[in-house]
Design a protein around this ligand. Structure first.
Ligand SMILES: Nc1ncnc2c1ncn2[C@@H]1O[C@H](COP(=O)(O)OP(=O)(O)OP(=O)(O)O)[C@@H](O)[C@H]1O
Ligand SMILES: [Mg+2]
Length: 207
């Protein structure tokens, strides 16, 4: 089973992924958690380049770098883990590219879709949780986060950018309602976790 978490920066993705991981591990399930971009040496190196504030990166270069990191991850980690029957929890996946590089940066959507199809090798999550909060709320959460760091290159993109990204996620939700579950992110952690569990429990029971 492959589950991804999406949302703008600071929305609470990692918090919910970790709560779900603990719950699944208590059930005795074999869980692999991945952050995107990352989880392979190459993907972590690309992550550093993408998040560094030292250089500017064109939108197309950004698209290709995220996609390169993703395809290495899919081939080296996700496909073998799925074959082994593990549950994969991914902190961001291809919907981030649709939302950030497509809707946010305004790249050609057909090209983004084609590159994403190549990068994922057709491997898609069966469930995606979109933790929906607005930019202002996410900003506040990040500012008050423990050990809050300086904003990275993506986080510096500003409010208008993140509004477009959020609209992008909502458009995906409309296009793929079965896979893409919109979660009201304004509630407390436990309430959000319970919502997520109710969906996951149903999927685990499904034949
Ligand atoms: N439901 C919630 N209510 C209030 N605060 C929350 C909630 N969920 C998470 N937080 C807090 O908000 C901050 C951001 O959460 P988290 O790191 O999970 O977000 P994220 O989406 O993974 O962010 P990033 O995109 O930067 O990785 C953390 O300090 C976290 O403890
Ligand atoms: Mg996170």
């Amino acid at each position: 089973m492959f589950i991804s978490f999406e949302g703008i920066d600071g929305s609470g993705k990692s918090t919910q992924l970790n709560l779900l991981r603990e719950w699944l591990e208590q059930l005795g399930r074999n869980v692999i958690t991945i952050r995107e971009p990352g989880a392979t040496l190459l993907s972590e190196s690309i992550r550093e380049i993408l998040l560094s504030t030292k250089q500017s990166i064109t939108p197309t270069a950004e698209l290709l770098l995220f996609s390169a990191a993703r395809t290495q991850l899919v081939e080296r980690v996700i496909e073998p883990a799925l074959t082994a029957g593990s549950i994969i929890l991914c902190d961001r996946y291809v919907d981030s590219t649709t939302a950030y590089q497509g809707f946010g940066r305004g790249l050609n959507m057909d090209q983004v879709a084609e590159i994403s199809r190549i990068a994922t090798r057709g491997v898609m999550p069966e469930l995606t949780f979109f933790i929906d909060v607005r930019y202002e709320q996410a900003q506040q959460r990040m500012q008050f986060a423990e050990g809050a760091a300086e904003p990275d290159r993506m986080e510096r993109a500003g409010g208008e950018f993140f509004n477009r990204v959020r609209d992008g996620y909502l458009a995906i939700a409309e296009a793929e309602p079965k896979r893409f579950v919109v979660i009201d992110g304004y509630r407390d952690r436990d309430a959000i976790h319970r919502d997520i569990l109710s969906v996951v429990e149903k999927r685990l029971q499904a034949p």
